[in-house]
Design a binder for this molecule. Structure first.
Ligand code: CA
Length: 517
């Protein structure tokens, strides 16, 4: 990364831009709130327009139709001539077509294994199956939306009447959702929401203590949520043994109490970092995402991989336009083919709905300086670091591998979070440029800001500031190590992220690509 020299003048930064790759003919403005026309950078480049923070300026004249390069990759072509120092707005960039899936190099540049990183541990809850949780949660599964209100009523009582008696249990979480009935349960694609619910119940943070509340007449029979012989604890509201609502609630409470007795025996113990399953995603991205937070997270992901952990990255529409940079990193040709398979599946899924990957970018992304999905994707995949890609999961599949894994999910924050939980994630790192109060009840979420201005303004929502990389106060390596340590602290319960301190939790949101009836 090259950039203008850092100067501090009266506590304010001199005009500063960041160019990622020497080939780039645009760079992003670093200064808070942008820079006015006439601002001159250390290298003599002068702005001829106002350029907002995070937005691009041309480093040289760009001819009509010429490629615009950021990250050393073409993010589009110029619509009309663009002068050096001009604001390269979204409207001046024509978007290129996505990489052709049939023409990708598979496993052609497999990264070498990095030296193992020994001696890093966290305090986790080890389960009978060998998995390790970062929290000790009673999770109550549901087989249909009909029971949600009843279960939430019961959960309130469990929290106030039972939980205080079980001090080792962190929380009670109702795994509620909109699925279960009124859906084409036998449609081939129904396997996605169904396996998501099955695997959610098995998340390591829930300690293997499964219980299901169902109605009794729904299409998704409660037994289907525990198909592999996990001790069944199922309560059906329509069971004739229950006389009235009060009896049903009492039944749920009794079943919960039995699970709490077991969960309360769990104790944190020292576990190698290899036992972590970390999910990564971004939301509310801006042009700094790919410069600060995502590269720092990528560095931390490499450290986790070296320590033997499992690290998942996701969000198909945010890797689709950068897939040509990922398939060569596949550990084997089969893994490369699996990446292509997931991209093709999503292309088809979007096409059926009359959309394409350009539907991904939000007004906030654009305000933050991201012109299109190509630019967003190039920044997004920085999260994956530099390790080889060891495996690929279809949406909602459970991970059984160590190393860097691509878990295919939509980019929707809530759906991605839900699917990564189903895949077995026990902690999530979430990068954001625009800011979001995102949180998950089932796993701690570390929110990383791409800009210091956001980290300071949202000092009680953002857990980690990666913005110092843009101002030159810290390197990607230093910030990546610091983030790695934060992950170990949060996984150990020593540090509580803000979403847990305030109890800010988003709903579980299932991905259901199958028809509803
Ligand atoms: Ca997202």
């Amino acid at each position: 990364m090259t950039s203008s020299t850092q100067e501090k003048l009266n506590g304010k930064y001199a005009p500063r831009y960041i160019r990622i790759d020497p080939r780039d003919n645009v760079a992003i403005v670093v200064n808070d709130f942008g820079l006015p026309a006439g601002s001159t950078f250390a290298d003599g480049l002068q702005l001829i327009d106002f350029v907002p923070q995070g937005h691009k300026t041309a480093l040289a004249d760009i001819a009509d139709g010429a490629p615009i390069l950021r990250y050393g990759e073409i993010i589009g072509t110029a619509i009309g001539p663009i002068k050096a120092g001009a604001w390269v707005e979204e409207a001046r960039i024509a978007m290129p077509s996505p990489p052709v899936l049939a023409q990708l190099d598979l496993a052609t540049k497999i990264p070498k294994l990095q030296p193992a990183l020994e001696g890093h541990t966290f305090e986790g809850y080890r389960n009978k199956d060998g998995s390790v949780g970062t929290k000790n949660i009673l999770a109550i599964s549901t087989s249909v939306q009909c029971v949600t209100g009843t279960l939430e009523f019961a959960v309130k009582r469990i929290r106030t009447e039972l939980l205080p008696k079980y001090p080792n249990v962190d929380a009670v979480v109702a795994l509620t959702h909109a699925y279960g009935c009124g859906v084409a349960i036998a449609a081939p694609l129904a396997n996605v929401p169904i396996r998501t619910l099955q695997n959610l119940a098995k998340n390591p943070n829930f300690g293997g203590e499964v219980m299901v509340v169902g109605l009794g007449c729904e299409k998704l029979a409660p037994e289907r949520l525990i198909p592999d012989g996990t001790p069944a604890h199922i309560l059906r509201m329509q069971d004739e043994a229950f006389e009235g609502f009060g009896a049903i609630v009492d039944g749920i409470m009794a079943m919960a109490q039995a699970r709490l007795e077991q969960l309360n025996k769990r104790q944190r113990e020292t576990c190698p970092a290899a036992d972590l399953v970390v999910g990564m995603q971004c939301g509310g991205s801006d042009a700094f995402s790919g410069v600060t937070a995502n590269p720092a997270l990528g560095f931390a992901a490499d450290l986790l991989v070296r320590a033997g952990a499992t690290v998942m990255f996701s969000e198909v529409t945010e890797v689709r336009d950068a897939i040509h940079l990922l398939t060569p990193r596949a550990a084997t040709e089969e893994v490369g083919q699996a990446l292509v398979r997931e991209m093709q599946w999503y292309d088809d899924y979007l096409a059926r709905g009359g959309a394409d990957r350009s539907a991904n970018t939000t007004p906030g992304n654009k305000k933050g300086g991201l012109a299109n999905i190509v630019e967003k994707s190039l920044g997004s995949i920085a999260k994956s670091g530099t390790s080889r890609i060891s495996g690929v999961l279809s949406p909602g599949e459970k991970v059984h591998q160590k190393g860097l894994i691509f878990a295919a999910t939509p980019a929707s924050d809530f759906i991605c979070g839900t699917l990564q939980l189903a895949s077995g994630m026990t902690l999530q790192v979430f990068t954001t440029g625009r800011g979001t109060p995102y949180g998950l009840a089932a796993a701690p979420v570390i929110k990383v800001a791409t800009r210091t201005e956001l980290a300071q303004r949202w000092h009680d929502l953002i857990d980690f500031d990666a913005g110092k990389i843009a101002t030159g106060e810290a390197t990607i390596e230093e910030t990546g190590w610091e983030l790695f340590q934060t992950i170990l602290d949060v996984a150990s319960g020593r540090v509580k992220p803000w979403s847990d301190q305030w109890g800010l939790y988003n709903d579980l949101t299932l991905f259901n690509p199958a028809p509803v009836t």
